[in-house]
Structures are given as C-alpha cells and as structure tokens.
Design a binder for this molecule. Structure first.
Ligand SMILES: Cc1cc2nc3c(=O)[nH]c(=O)nc-3n(C[C@H](O)[C@H](O)[C@H](O)COP(=O)(O)OP(=O)(O)OC[C@H]3O[C@@H](n4cnc5c(N)ncnc54)[C@H](O)[C@@H]3O)c2cc1C
Length: 568
C-alpha cells in the first residue's frame, strides 16, 4: 500500500462475492449479530448462482422427513465415500452432511430461502452404495423480483438463451408444463398465466419479475440481506488482503476504481466464485485446454480466480488434486442478431426419447441420459485425435416437437428461425443431416439404424440408457417401455452442435472443515475463510447429484460465519 491517504471502513466480517456462498455467509453472520460488508466486483450481483437452477443437495433435509422419504447420515457419507473415493476429505464431508440440514432449517425459518422436495430427482449415481432414489436435491420456489425494488435492475439476469420471450424465466417445475402445453389443459393454463404475467411485467421492467431457479434464490437472499442492513457494494473488487502479525485483518477494496481500506475485525471470507474465467489457470488444470483443445465459458466473465490468487498471497494453497477440475456441461452456441453467440447448457434434451449424441464419425460415445459431468469427459475422449472437441445432439421431428433441441423449445416454438440462423441443422434423411453438420454420413446412418433396431423395445445394449432412476427422471414420464429411448424415425432429422463448457470450477483454495483457508502445513491462515467455488470442492471433483455446488456453498458459508462468530 502506498502512503497516500485512503478511505477506511470497519466491519466485523468482509465478504467478497455476491453469489450463493457470499449471501449465505453474510446472512448467517448477520444472524450471529455481526456487522457485515459485502463487496462485489461486477456492476451486477448474483454471480454464477444467478445463472443457475438454484438446486441444492442437502441429505437428511427436513422436507424428506416431512414427506417420509428415508435418508441417513450414514447413507449420505457412504455415498460420498463410494463415489468420491480416496479424494474425499472426510472431515469436510462430515462437516457438510452434519451442518447442511441445520443451515437449511435456519434459512427457511428466517424466510431467506424456500425450497421444495423433488421426490423422484435421484442422485446421479443412485445405485452406488448410499445413493438416493430422490429427495436430497431440492428446488427453489419462485420469487417476486419486484420485492427487490430498484435493486432488481442490478440482479444479474439468467442466461438469455434460457429466457424466452425477451426475459421470461422458465423453472424446473415449469418444464413438464412446457413439454405438455399443447396436450394438457392444465399445462396450457400454467403457461398462459406465465406469459400473461410476463407481458404485464414488461410494461415496467427490463425483463420478467417472476424469478425462478438461481435468480429467484439470489433475489430472496438479497432482499433479506438488505432488510438486515447488510450493505452490498457493486463495482468493488477485493484487490489485496491485509494482514498483521500473521492474521488477516482486512482488505483493500477498489470501490468504483478508488481504493478503500476495509478493516474486518473478525474475518474476511472469499466467495469470488472460482476461476472459470481465468484463461491461464484453466490452461494449467483443464486437461483438454492443456492439450490445445477448445472450451466454452458459461459462468460470468468476472469469475477470474481473484479469490484463489488472494488466498495464495496470504499464505493459502491451491488444491488441484481433484477428479475433474471443473463441473462440466455440454454447451451449444446460439447465434445472436449482432453476430455474437450465447451459450446454452444441455441439461435435459440429450437423454429424452428420440435423441442420440454422436461425434464427427457419426458414432455414439456416451450414455446420453447420464449427467452433463459424465457427458463432457466422454466427448473429450471421443475427440482425442480430432482438432476440435465437438459432438451433435441429433433427434427426429417427433422428438423436437415434443421436447425441443437446446435453445429451441418444443411445439409451438418455430423451428425455421433456428434453422435459418444455422443453430439447428436439418436433413430429410440421417445422411443428409450428417452432410449439413459435417459428420460422416454413413457413420450417422448406421448409428441411427443400429439404435432404432432395439429402441422400440427400449433397449440400448451399447450404453444402457435409462438404466437407473436418475436417467429415467430426466426421460419422458409415461413413455414406455423405456422413458429415455425411442427410435428416430420421423423426418426431417435435426442436430445441434455442442462443445465442452463448465458450470464452475471444482479445484480451488484448500480449506478445512471450518471453511478456514489453510497453508502448506495444513494450518489455518487466521482470519481468512473461503466458501463456494473459491474453495476446493468437498466433492473432490465429482458430481454426485444435482445441487452439489450450491448446497455446499451455502453450508460452508454458514459454517464460516459460525466459526467467525465463535469466541476466540
Ligand atoms: C446454467 C447453470 C446452472 C447451474 N445450476 C446449478 C444448480 O442447480 N445447482 C448447483 O449446485 N449448481 C449449479 N450450477 C453451478 C453453480 O451455479 C455455481 O457452482 C455456484 O453458483 C457458485 O457459487 P459461488 O457463490 O461460489 O460463486 P458465484 O455465484 O459465481 O458468485 C461469485 C461472485 O464473486 C464475484 N467476484 C469475483 N471476483 C471478485 C472480487 N475480486 N471481489 C469481489 N467479488 C468478486 C463475481 O463477480 C460473482 O458475482 C449451475 C451453473 C450454471 C452455469
């Protein structure tokens, strides 16, 4: 720091970052009676969480208990031990499983969050020891963005590709109605009400105010943080950690370009959302980038690993010994009018009946109904000798009308504009479609013929699609005999190209079970904490279930606040 006089501000806890981890920390600290300051680097708050579905994975949660869904501490820890293997940090895993239900109970009691049971949303590997057939992943309820008042316009919107009609949010619970809107009066009424509310909203707002998913989660957290008097500075990156005698005592924050010395009497919490937008660090730890291959950023561009570098400068260490350095998702690129593209993450269409995914040889490479985190490494492996990592999600006309394809929704959304923009490729035969995509025509024709041969019977001997409860959950309910499989028979055929992307990083700052940043000797750096994607994932680089980043992000924020508040 130079000798020039700079503004000084004092608080108990300084929280850097305004995603799920940041808000959870701030609210929990406020409940402990601490004086909190939140700082956010970007002009908008909410981070990746605002893009997300907002789902949280909380074993032995109160909603399960109320609905009579059985679960136990032992089962949850058995599942993590089995799935994560020797990269599981047992102490952190126990801290998570033991604290997550209390975090949720506390936050729901205070109205900071509101979640619903998804009783059939199974863990991603439900047949592994301790796996759940449903109930640990919880879905946020909708929230009225108007409660934010003028802050509404400062809330990061969801990805534009996930908001049809110029800013209407569609939640996980809306999707079944989207798929059935032309077949069921109830679904048609649900969608009509959504569209009517949206039309009304657009008279006075830049987008719809019926917030669902991570946008609704962040809005609700923010409303309560503001009501409790927690200030949030925008355009205010934490830039330097200040220490005194080995203890972190505060930070320099660049508020609107001007340095402010923030003294944090009790602690500084890094919740800057990891490093998905740091090209250099990613090249070091993302295998396919290190090999010179392509990758598409999905989280916001401000998540540049600031927390990681600040922790390292203060004595912390980077933990890169994880199964996968990031949470992967296949992403298609939706052309925009100005010539740019916006990413669309493929969570659901891949595993529905009437779809297959193929590489440039026209060959399948994965069980398409498994999670996005499984799909991308399989795609990278299939393309190991190709200049580019890419695949195509292929379907027939019946399927695209029922479930859509990427950013193109189902009937009544029009297909033609997406074909015209080049986003969706089309052909009257598999071979013609292959030619339009640049895929080997004979390869794709043979793959579809082979798949079709057994698809009517619901069988997929090559990859066993639909073989567990998670895959079936994402299929088409009621579609028999296998909710994930139907032959591709009805022309025209369609395809959209997907490339590797991430939902956030898994490698990160080494922390202990109290969310404290630890040094090379495994000792805490006094006064310094990390939560959310800034901290190395408690899942060891695996993706065991929906909500395994935001659930732990909020839980370790809660733990950090509890530790900070505890008497020294
Ligand atoms: C489309 C999509 C869907 C997803 N769905 C889910 C889901 O349903 N469930 C789930 O568990 N995960 C989901 N994820 C992943 C999840 O969104 C992230 O893992 C999670 O939101 C990270 O939370 P966070 O609080 O650590 O970081 P973020 O939410 O990214 O917040 C970090 C904030 O810190 C700010 N920041 C960065 N540097 C600084 C600095 N120097 N000073 C101050 N602020 C700084 C950033 O600008 C950002 O606003 C999804 C991701 C995507 C992209």
């Amino acid at each position: 720091m130079s000798g020039a006089k700079i503004e000084t501000v004092t608080c108990d806890v300084l929280v850097a970052g305004s995603g799920a981890a940041g808000f959870a920390t701030a609210l929990a600290a406020s409940l402990h009676g601490l004086d909190v300051l939140m700082v956010e680097k970007e002009p908008l708050f909410g981070g990746t969480t605002a893009f997300s579905a907002g789902v949280i994975w909380i074993p032995i949660n109160g909603h399960q208990k109320a609905a009579g869904v059985s679960d136990s501490r032992e089962a949850a820890l058995t599942y993590l031990t089995s799935h994560v293997g020797n990269r599981l940090d047992r102490a952190k895993a126990e801290a998570f499983v033991d604290t997550a239900p209390a975090m949720l109970d506390t936050f729901e009691r205070e109205d900071f969050v509101e979640y619903e049971l998804a009783a059939t949303w199974a863990d991603y590997h439900p047949d592994e020891p301790g796996g759940s057939q449903g109930g640990r992943s919880l879905v946020p309820t909708e929230y009225d963005g108007r409660k934010l008042g003028p802050w509404f316009e400062k809330l990061r919107p969801a990805l534009t590709t996930m908001m049809p009609l110029g800013g209407m949010m569609v939640g996980r619970n809306d999707l079944p109605h989207v798929f059935k809107m032309t077949q069921s009066a109830r679904s048609a009424w649900h969608i009509t009400r959504m569209v009517a509310r949206h039309a009304h909203d657009r008279l006075g707002h830049s987008r719809g105010t019926r917030l669902v998913n991570g946008n609704g989660l962040i809005a609700r957290l923010a409303v309560h943080a503001f009501a409790r008097g927690v200030p949030l500075w925008l355009n205010a990156p934490i830039a330097e950690i200040v220490s005194n005698g080995g203890r972190v005592t505060g930070a320099i924050v660049q508020r609107e370009g001007k340095p402010v010395h923030v003294t944090a009497r009790r602690g500084v919490v890094l919740a800057c959302g990891g490093f998905p937008a740091d090209a250099d660090l990613k090249r070091k730890v993302y295998g396919h980038l290190a090999a010179g291959k392509n990758h598409q950023l999905l989280p916001p561009s401000g998540n540049t690993g600031d927390g990681v570098r600040l922790a390292q400068a203060a004595g912390g260490v980077f933990h890169g010994d994880v199964h996968e350095p990031a949470a992967w998702a296949p992403v298609s690129l939706v052309p925009q009018r100005d010539g740019s593209t916006v990413p669309f993450p493929h969570f659901f269409d891949r595993g529905k009946p009437g779809y297959v995914s193929v590489d440039r040889r026209g060959q399948r490479f994965v069980n398409e109904a498994q999670s996005y985190h499984v799909y991308v490494p399989a795609m990278v492996e299939a393309c190991r000798n190709d200049p580019v990592v890419e695949a195509w999600v292929v379907c027939d006309h019946r399927a695209i009308r029922s479930f859509g394809l990427g950013a193109l929704g189902p009937r009544p959304m029009r297909i033609a504009p997406f074909v015209r923009s080049g986003y969706v490729k089309m052909g009257q035969t598999p071979a013609a479609l292959a030619q339009a995509c640049g895929i080997d025509p004979s390869g794709l024709s043979k793959t579809i013929a082979d798949f079709n041969a057994l698809a009517a019977k619901g069988e997929d001997p090559a990859f066993h699609r639909g073989s567990d409860a998670y895959q079936r959950f994402n299929g088409a309910p009621g579609h028999k005999p296998n909710p994930c499989i139907a032959p591709l028979l009805t022309p025209p055929f369609y395809a959209v190209r997907v490339v590797p992307g991430e939902l956030g990083t898994f490698a990160g700052i080494a922390t202990n079970a109290n969310a404290q940043v630890i040094d090379t000797h495994g000792q805490p750096v006094p006064g310094l904490y990390a939560a959310g994607n800034d901290a190395a994932s408690v899942m060891g680089g695996t993706y065991p279930a929906a909500g395994i980043t935001i659930g732990p992000a909020m839980t370790f924020g809660f733990i950090a606040a509890r530790h900070i508040a505890a008497p020294a």
